[in-house]
Design a protein around this ligand. Structure first.
Ligand code: EPU
Length: 420
């Protein structure tokens, strides 16, 4: 297993280009299953999770043409199976996103039930309930979700019990081809849901209200081909900004969307960073100062994202003061804190709340990545710490960060990958 070795303690400086958003690209690739003509998706990030989704489509018999810039043309007219096997789903929970499109377009789907994961139990009951409300017959047996519909799915009014991102996306995709109107209430408002809706509209879907908590979909009989470019990744953007907020220095992130990061940029300002934005860039300057501790509570968009919680923990561990971090989206998303404690951080955890007292210095140590965003936070902690930090199980980071060593090296970081 590859490891990252980081020698920290130096401020960072420079420019970084942001890649396409993983969590937009995954549902958009799944949405190609709805179309009756080829679809071309551009600005796909070069990531393991994207490769897994492409592999999932390929195994179903879908024809993929990939160019050197990783634009992918997806032609589903050659599909042979509507089956998503355990061996792929277990490596990527987002495989569940093929359930709605397969069922809506082909009338059947068999998708392995994703198991628990490092950050919580993560059930998919809302996905199943939504499809049942649209007339599907869904059985969960032998570890698989087996869904069928007798003819087209029927438009329905669906109220989600909690805000779920992939749940909203699955039902939105299914509703796009259903017979009649669907109203999705308590829908997720995340920019990635909006991006998926925009892609579906480019394919000919009739959708309004995306970006609010009520999405209205008038089902159409067919969706056509289109060319669509994926939104920039707001979490990758926030992660590089957090690295500089913690380690000190100055950064400009380019090819991004500042309007998707309001809650996060506000917290950087509270931490003492000078932030400027343009239409597609953000700059952050710490002006030689230590960050100030900030308190955050994670919640669905537009509130502070759970996917940025660990990175802000990495800022708080070296900040001036005490920051209180409350995680309300996932029940077990503090695994990075234990590793940070091994580097000298002062953290007390009580249920879903962590009290982080900033320390002046961290020391490099061997640590282990447990999930994607936890790994990113350990990279940030390592960039701040004195001496060498070795991060094990780095495959987690390759699921969500394109060329992280190269991008950090451009900022002046001392980081290298060693094969394990
Ligand atoms: N939930 C249920 N039942 C459901 C669906 C969700 O109880 O049927 C619960 C979950 O257990 C969780 C909460 O609802 O406690 C919210 O989960 P959500 O469904 O919104 O999460 P997700 O769709 O599985 C996506 C992102 C995650 C991100 C969350 C929250 C993708 C592919 N994944 O997951 O991203 O943390 O939304 O914003 O879009 C990551 O990129 O590292 C990552 C984990």
């Amino acid at each position: 297993m590859d490891k990252l070795i980081i020698t920290g303690g130096q401020p960072l400086g420079g420019e970084v280009r942001i890649s396409g958003a993983k969590n937009s690209a995954l549902p958009i690739l799944a949405a190609t299953l709805l179309a009756s003509e080829p679809i071309t998706i551009c600005n796909l990030p070069h990531l393991h999770d994207i490769t897994t989704m492409l592999e999932l489509l390929r195994r179903m018999g879908v024809e993929l043409t990939i160019d050197e810039k990783l634009s992918v043309e997806v032609d589903t007219s050659t599909i042979q199976e509507t089956h998503a096997p355990y061996e792929l789903v277990k490596t990527m929970r987002a495989s569940i996103l093929v359930l709605g499109p397969l069922l809506a377009h082909f009338g059947e789907a068999e998708v392995s039930l994703p198991g628990g994961c490092a950050i919580g139990s993560r059930p998919v009951d809302q996905h199943i309930r939504g499809l049942e409300a649209m007339g599907a017959e869904v059985l969960v047996e032998e570890g698989y979700i087996r869904a069928r519909s007798n003819g087209r799915l029927k438009g329905a009014k669906i109220f989600f019990d909690m805000v779920t991102v992939t749940g909203t996306e699955n039902i939105l995709m299914a509703a796009a081809l259903a017979d009649g109107q669907s109203i999705l209430e308590n829908a997720a408002r995340e920019p990635e849901v909006v991006d998926l809706a925009e892609c579906l509209i480019a394919m000919g879907a009739d959708i309004t209200g995306h970006g609010t908590d009520t999405i209205v979909v008038n089902g159409v009989e067919k969706l056509h081909g289109c060319r669509y470019s994926v939104l920039p990744d707001r979490i990758e953007t926030g992660t590089y900004l957090a690295a500089v907020a913690a380690a000190g220095g100055k950064i400009k992130v380019k090819d991004t969307r500042p309007d998707t990061l309001d809650a996060v940029l506000q917290k950087f300002r509270e931490a003492g960073a000078e932030i400027e934005t343009g239409p597609d860039w953000i700059s952050l300057d710490m002006k030689g100062k230590r960050p100030k501790a900030v308190s955050i509570t994670t919640a669905p968009y537009p509130a502070f994202p759970t996917d940025m919680q660990a990175q802000f923990a990495a800022i708080n561990i070296v900040a001036d003061g005490v920051g209180i971090i409350k995680e309300t989206v996932f029940e077990n998303r503090f695994m990075h804190m234990q590793e940070m404690i091994r580097m000298g951080a002062d953290v007390t955890i009580d249920g879903n709340t962590a009290v982080v007292k900033g320390v002046e210095k961290l020391q490099g140590a061997p640590v282990m990545a447990t999930d994607l965003r936890a790994s990113a936070s350990l990279v940030i902690a390592a960039l701040v710490a004195e001496g060498d930090t070795t991060i094990d199980r780095i495959y987690h980071i390759d699921r969500g960060y394109e060329c992280i060593e190269e991008k950090l090296q451009l900022l002046g970081a001392s980081i290298r990958r060693v094969p394990g």
